[in-house]
Ligand binder design. Structure first.
Ligand SMILES: [Zn+2]
Ligand SMILES: [Zn+2]
Length: 361
């Protein structure tokens, strides 16, 4: 590789809200790093929150974490295997976990590698040497030590591949805690991409009754296309009785971050059911919870933030099987080039579409 070669990245300055194009030398991967060419990166809701200031991020930063890349070069000691044991070589198309973890700390050893004490999060780190190429809105990304990746087939549409490392893997993590009875019934609260992926993955696992509650009509239509069996703007007790043989839902998965949705899930999960919270990722007002209801109805409440590497494997498996059947244009309505990122961000804010994305030329 020529050391003089430059690569382009778009920086976001969170204090001035300005975008800045930079060209930096293309790094030679060191130790177990892997250099990847970014093929596509979709704009996630959390990128939009970073731009709006709702979420604080270091500055300057390369945003973007829903990335699909192609391996350009391996560091001298980097693993040439995916987490599910497939061999890797230059030119392979990969998706990697949002959080790189050390494998040594307390959380890594206690089932929560996504909360690693030495974690590194793509699309969330300050643009600074030596890990400056750490986001998706750039021509290249440098994968650091501890990054877990999976291979995706070259013929898998980028629209299906981009969400693997964010909403699909998060949905897989949520589902782990959701339904022990796979033939049962599930309540999905919120029809954003995580909620829709939960619907699609529950369907692929044989859950027969999947009810999605979502206020927006076009999102409800999408929920039905992704796998929900019923989509409603609200739920009343009579409908729940009819849908669940009067028992309530085996599980409720809250993907919207809305307190009223939590209350709905809490109300309608059955005795012994599981309530899984995924959507509430920002500080907000509390909700009243009547504690005896948790106790006397034997309700289990789980919080799920990000995901483990095995959820990424499940997401990739889903994407290449049942996920492949999703119409790609439902996920990404419009692609832009890297130079057009500020326009793409505007479009993502305006669009009712789930995602717009940046694709390599
Ligand atoms: Zn995301
Ligand atoms: Zn760790």
């Amino acid at each position: 590789m020529e050391t003089s070669q430059l690569t382009q990245a778009i920086l976001f300055e969170s204090d001035t809200k300005e975008w800045r194009t930079v060209h930096v030398p293309l790094p030679d991967p060191q130790r177990d790093e892997i250099l990847v060419r970014v093929l596509a990166c979709t704009i996630c809701g959390s990128d939009l929150h970073s731009v709006s200031g709702r979420r604080s991020v270091p500055s300057p930063i390369i945003l973007g974490h829903e990335i699909v890349g192609e391996i350009v070069a391996f560091g001298p000691t980097s693993s040439r295997q995916t987490i599910d044991g497939q061999a890797l070589q230059e030119g392979d198309r990969i998706v990697w976990a949002l959080v790189a973890n050390c494998g040594l700390c307390f959380y890594c050893n206690n089932g929560l590698p996504q909360k690693c004490e030495n974690s590194f999060k793509y699309g969330h780190a300050k643009f600074e040497s030596p890990r400056h190429l750490a986001g998706g809105f750039a021509e290249h990304c440098l994968l650091v030590s501890g990054t877990k990746c999976v291979k995706v087939p070259a013929d898998l549409p980028l629209e299906i591949a981009c969400p693997i490392g964010c909403s699909m893997a998060t949905a897989a993590a949520a589902i782990e805690f959701a339904c022990s009875n796979e033939k049962g019934n599930a309540l999905v609260l919120g029809g954003g991409l995580v909620g829709l992926m939960v619907c699609a993955m529950l369907k692929s696992r044989g859950v027969t009754n999947i009810v999605c509650v979502e206020p927006n009509e076009s999102r409800r239509e999408l929920a039905l296309r992704f796998g929900a069996t019923t989509a409603a703007s609200q739920l009343d007790s009579a409908t729940v009785k009819q849908l669940t043989k009067s028992r309530g839902f085996d599980c409720a998965i809250e993907c919207s971050g809305n307190n009223a949705a939590f209350e709905l899930g809490f109300q309608h999960v059955r005795t012994g059911g599981n309530l899984v919270l995924v959507g509430s990722v920002f500080p907000g007002p509390g909700v009243p919870v009547v504690l005896d209801q948790i106790v006397r109805r034997n309700i289990s409440i789980f919080g799920v933030h990000n995901y483990r590497p095995d959820h990424l494997v499940q997401a990739a498996e889903f994407a290449t099987t049942a996920g492949r059947l999703i119409d790609p244009s439902l996920i990404v309505s419009q692609w832009f080039t890297l130079d057009e990122l500020p326009t793409a961000i505007h479009s993502a804010v305006d669009a009712m579409a789930l995602r717009v994305g940046i694709r390599a030329k």
